[in-house]
Design a protein around this ligand. Structure first.
Ligand code: IDP
Length: 143
């Protein structure tokens, strides 16, 4: 098992609930190190580029409306097997299917407003991290 990075977003509904600190605690308690972080209000163009793989799907416009409705917090999480471990911490895309104790079970409001994003592969993580962070904004700890 090797140290990996994954990319995470606290979506607008999670930020609107004042849950940034609570969710960051969940990251740290689960053994993730936050190695990059910032708050921003996505433009429609930024959100469309980020979710380009979903362009044309019935939920795409609603997803862009939601993702641009308020500020988000984006971060890079580091741990062993980070991509899968963070997917497990988030829970299922549809909160109706999210296991108890997962972030989406606790913070999601609907399938679209599901509180958090996490990369689905190491390749996606690399693309998504580069989409939001320059190299010197990612700050690994000295071990
Ligand atoms: P993921 O975020 O769990 O990886 P994806 O399939 O990549 O799920 O979808 C990206 C985001 O698009 C979801 O997190 C959710 O906000 C939204 N979404 C996905 N599928 C649907 C749907 O069927 N209806 C409404 N929104 C959806």
């Amino acid at each position: 098992m090797s140290i990996e990075r994954t990319f995470s977003i606290l979506k607008p509904n999670a930020v609107a609930k004042n849950a940034i600190g609570s969710i960051y605690s969940r990251f740290e308690n689960a053994g993730f190190t936050i190695v990059a972080a910032k708050m921003l209000h996505l433009t429609r163009e930024q959100a469309a580029g980020f979710y380009a793989e979903h362009d044309g799907k019935p939920f795409f416009n609603g997803l862009l409306d939601f993702m641009t409705s308020g500020p988000v917090v984006v971060q890079v999480l580091e741990s062993e097997n980070a991509v899968q471990r963070y997917r497990d911490l988030m829970g299922a895309t549809n909160p109706a299917n999210a296991l108890a104790g997962t972030l989406r079970a606790d913070y999601a409001d609907s399938m679209t407003e599901n509180a958090v994003h996490g990369s689905d592969s190491t390749a996606s993580a690399a693309r998504e991290i580069a989409y939001f962070f320059s190299d010197n904004e990612v700050c690994p700890r000295t071990r």
